[in-house]
Design a protein around this ligand. Structure first.
Ligand SMILES: C[S@@+](CC[C@H](N)C(=O)[O-])C[C@H]1O[C@@H](n2cnc3c(N)ncnc32)[C@H](O)[C@@H]1O
Length: 254
C-alpha cells in the first residue's frame, strides 16, 4: 500500500464534519492576504477552494491576482458570493455538487484553501484535484488549524451536546481521543507538510498565522489593540511563533 493510500485508509476520511463558516472579517482578510502577497506569487488566475461568501476570493484580486474563481460545496454560500460578481468583474463563483473540481487540467496559477482542508470529506482526493487543476509551477496556499495552538476554535461535542466556544487543550490530546469530540481536523505542521508532499506537491514554506481576534468580541479591546501591535514580534520569536492559530503552508506543483 502506498503512502497516500495509507493516509486514506486512516480515520481522516470523514462524513460528518461541519462545513464551517466564513472567516472573512476585514482585519483577518487583510492580515492573511498580506502574508500571501509578500511571497510574490499572487499573479494570474487563482482558485479560492471553499470560498464561502467569497470575501477572500475578492481579496485575492485586490491583492494582485488577475482573476479569481471561488468554489464551495454549500449552495447558499455561493448564492451569497455571487452578489459580489457585479462589483468585481474579475471574480466568478461556482457551486460544487461533489468533491471534484469542474475545471480542466492546469487551469490555475494558484489555489488558496483558507480554513477549508480540515472540513473536506477526503483530504487526499481534494488535494489531488487541486494538483490536477494547477499548472506546473503553480502554487498552493493552505491555512488550517495548528495543533500547537492550545484552543479548538470550532468548539466540540460530547455525544449530542454541542459546545460552541473555543475549547482549551483539546488540540493537544492524542488524535484518537480528540477527534471523537471535534467538528474539524487539525494539523501538526509536519503532518500537513507530509500530507501535501505525499500527494505530489513540493512544500517550500511551513509557517504560522496568528489570531486577529476580530471575532472574539468578549476580549477587552485595549488588550487586543496591544496584542496586534506586538504581533510582528511574536511572529518572529523562535519557539513562541509556532503557537499560531493556523499552519500557513505554501507548496508548488512540480
Ligand atoms: C471554515 S469555512 C472557510 C470559508 C472561507 N475560506 C473563509 O475563510 O472565509 C470552510 C468552507 O469550506 C467549504 N467546503 C467544505 N468542503 C469542501 C470541499 N470539498 N470543496 C469545497 N469547499 C468545501 C465549506 O462549505 C465552507 O464554506
Amino acid at each position: 500500500m502506498g503512502l497516500v493510500e495509507q493516509v486514506q485508509e486512516s480515520n481522516r476520511i470523514v462524513q460528518h464534519f461541519k462545513p464551517g463558516g466564513s472567516t472573512a472579517v476585514p482585519s483577518n482578510v487583510a492580515y492573511r492576504l498580506k502574508k500571501i502577497q509578500k511571497l510574490g506569487i499572487l499573479k494570474g488566475k487563482w482558485l479560492d477552494c471553499g470560498c464561502a461568501d467569497g470575501g477572500y476570493t475578492v481579496a485575492l484580486v485586490d491583492a494582485g491576482a488577475e482573476s479569481a474563481v471561488g468554489v464551495d460545496v454549500v449552495e447558499e454560500r455561493i448564492q451569497q458570493a455571487k452578489e459580489r460578481e457585479k462589483d468585481h468583474p474579475a471574480v466568478k463563483f461556482f457551486h460544487l455538487t461533489n468533491d471534484d473540481l469542474p475545471f480542466p487540467d492546469a487551469s490555475f496559477d494558484g489555489v488558496m484553501m483558507n480554513e477549508v482542508l480540515e472540513h473536506v470529506t477526503d483530504e487526499v482526493h481534494t488535494l489531488r484535484e487541486i494538483l490536477r487543476v494547477l499548472r506546473p509551477g503553480g502554487h498552493l496556499v493552505i491555512m488550517s488549524p495548528n495543533r500547537w495552538f492550545p484552543f479548538e476554535g470550532h468548539g466540540m461535542h460530547i455525544g449530542e451536546r454541542v459546545f460552541e466556544f473555543p475549547i482549551p487543550i483539546l488540540p493537544w490530546l492524542p488524535s484518537k481521543i480528540g477527534q471523537q469530540f471535534m467538528f474539524a481536523r487539525n494539523y501538526w505542521p509536519s503532518e500537513m507538510r507530509d500530507l501535501v508532499n505525499r500527494v505530489g506537491f513540493s512544500v517550500w514554506k511551513v509557517d504560522f498565522v496568528w489570531p486577529i481576534f476580530e471575532v472574539w468580541p468578549w476580549l477587552p479591546q485595549p488588550v487586543i489593540h496591544q496584542y496586534r501591535k506586538i504581533l510582528p514580534v511574536i511572529e518572529r520569536t523562535p519557539f513562541v511563533r509556532r503557537f499560531g492559530v493556523s499552519v500557513f503552508l505554501v507548496a508548488q506543483k512540480r
